[in-house]
Design a protein around this ligand. Structure first.
Ligand code: SF4
Length: 329
């Protein structure tokens, strides 16, 4: 097992360069905002998901988030006066039912998902009046795919609507607004804003709607914020390219390891773990409920947590993490 270096990371936690199976080809990645966040959290985790092709199954939190996003998307597809709680609740029920098989495969109790999703949707009505939201054409689950700072950037913005000053790009979060996660959330929205600017949409505000606690956060869009977000995107892509060239990806320990599906085969967390990507490692991953190994490693355009609406990809750490925190940042 290749372990080249032991360091304290910028977060003050242990990290180590881990050699991965050399038969898995390095590839040119396209980046989503969540991929950037995952890489910052732990590059090896990103490698497992986006290079080696392992797709984690849903958790209660991510499944609930997916269902709520689906219900709100349906709600905003309706004419304003049809945007009522019964309409959203019916859409939510359909979304949860459609996830039944996937949840069963991942051993996630559907009743827990329903309870969490219904609670989040109930909170939504305290945040805004959907009748008053003026969604732009093609402003729901707005697909983004373009070159940003020389990096191929992809994603889906939850909602782009008119505002008093231009346009506002909004993101639903089914968790609560833990301060330690706000930075990545802002970065995501600023990346979307930068991308939409390239498409001549004058985004002047970003917005986070937290359905775990009825909290709305708005921030103005300004050049320094866009530059910071795109610089991080560029730096992340460069750092990943270096790791791909070396065949060694940094495993970065944090409080989130306990919520990482790859912990049981992670050399940083298990002293006798096999080489990531080896047959033995893959056999161990394959028996984890809900884990799927795509037949071949993902193509470049699959490197996005939000590229597949079925999992919405609002894989936000705050939703995944235990309520009492204890996480990095
Ligand atoms: S267990 Fe921790 S160090 Fe290992 S891959 Fe997951 S997040 Fe990274």
């Amino acid at each position: 097992m290749g372990a080249e270096s032991h360091n304290q990371s910028r977060y003050g936690v242990q990290e180590r360069a881990i050699e991965v199976d050399s038969s898995i080809p390095a590839k040119s990645l396209r980046w989503s905002a969540s991929s950037v966040t995952t890489f910052v959290q732990c590059p090896l985790k990103l490698w497992w998901g986006k290079v080696a092709g392992w797709q984690e199954g849903p958790s209660t939190a991510t499944a609930a988030g997916t269902a709520v996003h689906s219900a709100l998307e349906y709600l905003f597809e309706r004419d304003p006066l049809e945007r009522t709680p019964p309409v959203a609740e019916a859409a939510l029920a359909v979304a949860i039912d459609e996830a039944r098989d996937e949840l069963a495969a991942a051993a996630v109790p559907i009743d827990d998902v329903r309870e969490r999703a219904e609670a989040a949707l109930a909170v939504y009505w305290n945040l805004e009046d959907p009748v008053a939201v003026d969604v732009l054409p093609d402003g729901l689950e707005r697909e983004i795919s373009l070159e940003l700072a020389g990096v191929t950037f992809i994603g889906y913005a939850d909602r782009v609507a008119r505002s008093d000053t231009g346009a506002i790009v909004s993101d639903y979060k089914t968790g609560v607004a833990k301060p330690r996660y706000l930075g990545p959330y802002y970065r995501q929205q600023y990346l979307y804003a930068a991308a939409l600017h390239e498409e001549d949409i004058d985004v002047t505000e970003i917005e986070l709607l937290f359905l775990g606690e009825a909290r709305r956060i708005r921030r103005p869009v300004y050049p320094a914020a866009l530059e910071r977000a795109t610089a991080t995107l560029r730096a992340t892509a460069d750092e990943a390219a270096l790791m791909a060239d070396k065949g060694q990806w940094t495993a970065r320990q944090s409080g989130l390891c306990g919520w990482c599906s790859f912990e049981t085969v992670c050399p940083l967390r298990r002293s006798r773990a096999p080489i990531p990507g080896s047959a033995v490692s893959n056999e161990r991953l394959a028996v984890i409920p809900g884990m799927v190994h795509r037949a071949s490693a993902p193509k470049a355009d699959e490197v996005s947590e939000t590229a597949v609406p079925a999992v919405v990809g609002d894989l936000d750490p705050a939703d995944e993490a235990p309520a009492d925190g204890g996480l990095f940042g």
